[in-house]
Design a protein around this ligand. Structure first.
Ligand SMILES: C[S@@+](CC[C@H](N)C(=O)[O-])C[C@H]1O[C@@H](n2cnc3c(N)ncnc32)[C@H](O)[C@@H]1O
Length: 448
């Protein structure tokens, strides 16, 4: 169990520190950092509260030319000083802080100069304890030693460090689940596609399916729509792509390519595909149960802007674990969701609620949300099995696949045993006539 103590992370939003945050989290340390960008009264109150709290054991600063010129970072260090919190820094470009400050000064404006000059007081040479390379080499030792001096201990599971694998449909039982899932969303998807098509021309359309897997969904949703002249599917799993090509081999409108949606050259890769297929832009981008698996969903949504034809539409289908409600045994169901999500770290299982805010913030227009609601009332045993698998039992296979990549990990072994028992318990009531379970799925439609 966590003692609630944490380290505050200070950085510039212009720097990418997700790698380090992952490492710290995987190391079992609680971290607190400001995810919003606006620097104002609310930000100030929040940061002050977080840094003055007795559970805050110190602050870790990510130094770069950008953070050296950041008013927010300077303010955070001033608060750390004020509340007597120890702090240390890592430099993001393997230079000493002095070099970073000098470089930032060269390019900075008046305000940046003020920030840099003040910050450099807090970071004399002897304050620095990690260069980027050190971080890579002896991360665990240096971090745990420093954090221990601060009185910050990792959570009790930290000795059982494990790698949370990224999603792939090759997980045991996952193909069958995807087949069920495809079937369950035919009507919902077609309703959304019809809506999106209403404002598009009625021929020569192009569609891009992100995370198309073996094209079960791609084929079912687009093969019978003659207004599409090109249907491109991308995925990072080659064996899925081979199956997709086989499935669609008799329809030359379909093409499939290996692309990693997390990669920084994602847009370049898609543009090459567009050139190869003589496509100027996409009229529709379709993304079913994929946004939750990518590392930076908002960044992906931003990058897509470059790929649309004028008037192009996006359709995103997602779920949200918060929409899963049941009674009785609600607390057991909640615990299954909470505990398994803490292990399946690589997917955002509550992304459904974020679709509208993300699209709106990023400048998509005419956003509409469609909902598909399922429940157990008057359902056959087979239909209830579908709901149970989609909501709960698939988690066991995901965790087992993580265990397979971290063999012998005691924490994962314990979690698997607990989950097997918990699923058995829930299953016994799930199929009874009086039990109620409901879940909502989301489709967001927007214009680029
Ligand atoms: C849950 S499946 C959904 C498949 C399909 N869209 C559907 O609705 O059945 C997610 C798919 O996304 C793919 N995927 C996950 N992360 C990816 C990434 N970073 N780049 C490309 N594909 C990815 C997986 O290989 C998998 O085929």
């Amino acid at each position: 169990m966590s003692d609630g103590n944490y380290v505050f992370l200070s950085y510039s939003h212009k720097d990418n520190i997700s790698y380090y945050i992952d490492v710290l989290n995987i190391g079992g340390y609680n971290t607190v950092f400001d995810e919003t960008i606006s620097f104002g009264e609310e930000w100030d109150l929040k940061v002050r509260r977080q840094l003055s709290n007795s559970r805050c054991k110190g602050m870790f600063v990510f130094l770069s030319e950008k953070s050296a010129a950041s008013n927010a970072v300077l303010t955070e260090i001033e608060y750390a000083e004020k509340y007597n919190k120890p702090y240390a820094a890592i430099t993001l470009n393997n230079e000493s802080p002095q070099k970073i400050f000098a470089e930032a000064l060269r390019s900075g404006n008046e305000m940046a100069r003020f920030v840099i000059e003040n910050l450099s007081v807090y970071f004399p040479q002897n304050k620095l304890y990690l260069l980027k390379n050190d971080f890579n080499l002896d991360l665990k030792g240096k971090l745990s030693q420093t954090f221990k001096e601060w009185g910050l201990l990792p959570d009790s599971n930290a000795d059982d460090v494990f790698t949370a694998s990224t999603y792939t449909s090759m997980i045991l039982g996952e193909k069958e689940r995807l087949h069920w899932q495809e079937n369950g969303y035919v009507k919902f998807d077609n309703e959304a596609i019809d809506k999106a098509l209403a404002s598009l021309p009625d021929n020569n359309l192009t569609v891009l399916d992100l995370g198309c897997s073996d094209a079960l969904v791609t084929y079912s949703r687009f093969a019978n729509r003659p207004q599409f002249k090109k249907i491109i599917g991308v995925d990072y799993n080659q064996s899925d792509l081979d199956a997709a090509k086989e499935r669609c081999k008799n329809d030359p409108r379909f093409c499939f390519y290996k692309v990693d949606l997390n990669s920084s050259d994602f847009c370049c890769a898609i543009k090459n595909i567009m050139q190869e297929n003589d496509i100027k832009g996409f009229d529709l981008i379709f993304a079913a149960f994929i946004l939750q698996h990518v590392q930076k969903p908002k960044l992906l949504l931003l990058r897509l802007f470059d790929l649309f034809n004028p008037g192009g539409k996006i359709i995103i289908r997602e779920s949200d674990d918060g929409s899963k409600l049941c009674f009785p045994n609600d607390s057991l169901a909640e615990e299954i969701i909470k505990r398994t999500n803490a292990v399946i770290k690589s997917s955002d299982r509550i992304i459904g609620r974020k679709l509208y805010p993300y699209l709106s913030e990023l400048g998509y227009e005419n956003i509409e949300l469609l909902y598909s609601i399922d429940d157990t009332i008057n359902k056959t045993r087979r239909e209830k099995e579908w709901l149970f698998t989609m909501g709960f039992s698939f988690r066991l296979n995901r965790i087992k696949s993580i265990y397979a990549e971290n063999p012998g990990n005691e924490f994962l072994k314990k979690e698997i045993q607990w989950l097997e028992n918990a699923l058995d318990k829930l299953k016994t009531v799930f199929f009874s006539r009086d039990f109620y379970y409901t879940v909502r799925s989301y489709i967001a439609i927007g214009s680029a």
